[in-house]
Ligand binder design. Sequence first.
Ligand code: DX5
Ligand code: ZN
Length: 232
Amino acid sequence: MAVQINPSILSADFSRLADEAKAVEGADWLHVDVMDNHFVPNLTLGVPVVEALGKATDTPMDCHLMIEDPDRWAPAYVEAGAGSVTFHVEAAAAPVRLAREIRAKGARAAMALKPATPIEPYEDLLPELDMLLVMTVEPGFGGQAFLDIMLPKIRRTRELISRHGLEMWLQVDGGVSASTIERCAEAGADVFVAGSAVYGAEDPDKAVRELRALAENAAGTTGLCGHQAAGR
Ligand code: DX5
Ligand code: ZN
């Protein structure tokens, strides 16, 4: 389970997106938050900006769609150059069909859960997905406080992934910083989105390196899965 750090450009300077993308060369993916002011009470960017950003950077894009009707819109983000597309299960009409379509178009398919959405009803869908995103804030805004109450869900999700023998990644997003990333790694997350903790830092690339070191240490001290070390 390799640690990956995905800076969220939501906290970057939108007037200099290409430069901001280059400021985090050590990042694994650029996390691009798409919001439609319906699924969440905020509006950000859409397909044309993703397409332009993709041409401006070599770092692959991880598009997090916080939008209604992802069944209709998600495939366009693959065509725009996203290497991974995440839809919210609360918004998808047909998550299996959608995940298959994303994969068929050549991107990794991921599904996100808001804080109040449990993982258990979706256990049978896991083989259709390349990544599961457990939100650790209510989606919509950067800079919110990490929700500790999500740690048990991260643990349970990692257990389900292990039980099914799947290779899939487990991403956390929201309030991930130097003071919370270790708890997430210990619980079993391996892909970490960080917005304000990266772009709010004086040296964003250094912040990426520091977050990675903390997560690798935390994952290392507890073995592959934190829940095993916790004796569960
Ligand atoms: C929130 C977005 C996050 C956000 C994270 O709805 O999905 O990706 O940018 O920002 P921080 O890391 O500041 O909580
Ligand atoms: Zn996000």
